[in-house]
Design a protein around this ligand. Sequence first.
Ligand code: SAH
Length: 355
Amino acid sequence: MSLADHLAARIQAEGPIQVADYMAECLLHPKFGYYTTRDPLGAKGDFTTAPEISQMFGELAGLALAQAWIDQGSPAPFTLAELGPGRGTLMADLLRATRGVPGFHAAMQLRLVEASPALRGVQARTLEGYAPDWLDSVDALPDQPLFLVANEFFDALPIRQFIRTGGQWSEKRVGLTEGALRFGLAAPAPQPALEHRLADTSEGDLVEVCEAAAPVTQAIAARIAARGGAALIVDYGDWRALGDTLQALRAHEPADPLQNPGQADLTAHVDFEALALAAKTAGCAFTRLTPQGVFLERLGITDRARALAAALSGESLENLIAAHRRLTHPEEMGNLFKVLGLYPSEAAPPPGLNP
Ligand code: SAH
């Protein structure tokens, strides 16, 4: 039995499935899922992320959250949370950088929202000595001030895809043709959740909807609005999604999303407008969507790089210079990745972000 067999059996029983169901099975099937069964990150894996590229990313994100905590009167106790912590690298860098912030570590309760047993194991090793608690969902976050970071978490949440057909929408589905997985289209139907997209799309355009993103954002935003805190949400995407952004990556190369299910990373661009609207519904303020490069420059990444460079030479110095460029340059991750901050409407926005 493989995930491909399981999917074929499911489609034979139920008919073609939503792209979201396909994505969820591929990423998180308990036995065959991509994240469930492996550590996919790093040079030997399938993709890399900002915290894996340089310690500067987690350090600066941590200092921004610690400053927001100080600005709000250093509430204690508070939850320090991360969604989808991967190898735990970002959190380890954040914790090291904030060691010198008086009272921060004493007041924090560390909570990691992670679905993958394999990655929970890696995180436990990386964060040895910090005794984090793992949660299955943001709903289990305690009712207290919440300072949270999520890097490349929302892009892993399943999306549905719709193609505009007349004034209606045909949903893209995954079915079987002669035993092989194939995309197909359901009959056009009205989609109340896509009413607003009739204004900015034309016939044949594809739009994506991530149904899981709003409830996750609302759960975080409700705690921040009621008890204080801040969230830094970093991902690729933009304000409102248009076009097919479903992407498979295997060994750092683009792959066919229907080939080798469960063996490749599957992601989609994040529709930050949907996150911002969910935060607003929960009574929480959100910042301007800010390019990652701009955010990191405002937080002083170049000074930090200079300080680190002073102790380096040769290849390690070259690596640091390349990492700084990769994180900030508009042609690398600097512009593709965006940062959205959430904060209580009566507080200042987190450092590096504007209202
Ligand atoms: N933030 C890390 C890893 C990004 S990969 C970094 O920047 O390096 C995506 C992470 O989200 C993985 O840890 C994955 O297991 C986790 N994840 C994906 N879907 C999830 C879900 N629905 N619930 C909880 N964790 C999830």
